[in-house]
Design a protein around this ligand. Structure first.
Ligand code: FMN
Length: 367
């Protein structure tokens, strides 16, 4: 698919996940294939211009990590513009704007002319960026503040006029946080509101079938996947295969998951050093473990890991402990298998909705 001047290898995107979508994670999912464009964690535009070490670390990349979008956060037009110019000079493929909830204040006071004022301000900021660079500028937003204030269609249209090359929409309102069902009709309303730019749907895509349903029911040009990639870093490759052939791929085995987890840890150590990389991996490994079957003995140890050797000891111990849940073919006995993943918008009418995907801690107000 096209994103402004870019041609992407697929219409599947890795969503920005602050604290997770760092270089090692991006490389891990890219090695499996299927990703059209990956985005960094959100980066404060001012910190980037001031060349703060933390901001520079967030945009660290390698040739294998292409094409890459950097997500910028900020409200000062000149800073956002200069940050986009800087990213372009570094060879970054595109800049995404975290819209958080740019119309939040407006939603609180009930919309009306104030909302248009805020839209105008946001559109001016975007135009300043889009006019200053050749790389595409995209924007990521939610549907609106709450069900009574669905502002994304108007915002997307205004941003298109201001020069954005694509819009990413998480199909929930700010009030919903991460709970409840992703609203496909809401995403469709954004698709219908824009004239020509691609709209990328987002929210709860945890299986290839969910991606297909979002594409079909909303008319969106692509889907962006966040937490689904924690559970299943193969999701991009599997979804691409499913969209192209209609065939579902088999679930990765325990051994494949372990191999990938170890690869991910090695990349963390390469990029962050052994001590810091292992500490950061404390919150990553439990996501892999969610598909291991019973894993409490793994989780309670891995949250203390501080070296590569220590990690392998934990893994060895865990493999032995896990034996008790296996049958004679070394598969998990049926009652210990994790339930299949189901997207919130795919549960049958009348059935109890599936449990929400856990949300790691963080500043949800800007996501
Ligand atoms: C841990 C975490 C960190 C996130 N960080 C960001 C962020 O930096 N920028 C952003 O626009 N959205 C952020 N989000 C929102 C995701 O990009 C995405 O819109 C949301 O999780 C819904 O997609 P999913 O169900 O596929 O995860 C974050 C979400 C989570 C759970």
């Amino acid at each position: 698919m096209r994103l402004g001047p870019l041609t992407l290898a697929s219409n599947l995107f890795l969503s920005p996940l602050a604290g997770y979508t760092n270089l090692p994670f991006r490389l891990t999912v890219r090695e499996l294939g299927g990703v059209g464009l990956a985005t960094t964690d959100l980066v404060n535009a001012r910190s980037l211009l001031e060349k703060k070490a933390q901001a520079l670390k967030l945009i660290e990349t390698l040739p294998a990590d292409r094409p890459l979008a950097v997500q910028l956060f900020g409200s000062v037009p000149e800073e956002m513009r200069d940050a986009a110019v800087y990213l372009e000079s570094l060879g970054i493929a595109s800049a995404d704007i975290n819209m958080g909830c740019p119309v939040r204040k407006v939603c609180r006071v009930g919309g009306g002319s104030a909302m248009m004022t805020e839209l105008d301000r946001t559109a001016r900021l975007v135009r300043g960026m889009a006019d200053a660079v050749k790389i595409p500028i995209s924007a990521k937003m939610r549907l609106g503040w709450d069900d009574e204030n669905i502002t994304a269609p108007d915002l997307a249209r205004a941003l298109e006029d201001a020069g954005v090359a694509a819009v990413f929409v998480h199909g929930r309102t700010r009030q919903q946080g991460f709970s409840g069902t992703v609203n496909l009709a809401g995403i469709r309303a954004v698709v219908q509101a824009v004239k020509a730019i691609p709209v990328i749907g987002n929210g709860d895509v945890t299986t290839p079938e969910a991606a297909k349903m979002m594409l079909e029911q909303t008319g969106c040009a692509g889907v962006s996947i966040g937490r689904g990639a924690f559970y299943n870093p193969w999701i991009f490759q599997h979804t691409l295969h499913y969209l192209q052939t209609g065939e579902l791929s088999s679930e990765p085995t325990f051994e494949e998951r372990v191999r990938l987890m170890c690869r991910h840890l090695d990349l963390m150590i390469e990029v962050f050093g052994e001590d810091h990389g292992c500490r950061m991996f404390r919150k990553v490994a439990p996501w892999y473990a969610k598909r291991f079957g019973p894993a409490n003995e793994f989780n309670k140890r891995v949250v203390l890991v501080s070296s590569r050797a220590g990690f392998y000891e934990i893994l060895d111990y865990y493999r032995r402990w896990r034996q008790q849940f296996l049958d004679e073919t070394s598969e998990l006995k049926p009652r210990f298998r994790p339930p299949p993943m189901t997207a919130s918008f795919m549960h049958p009418p009348g059935a109890a909705p599936p449990g929400n995907i856990p949300v790691p801690k963080g500043p949800v107000e800007v996501w």
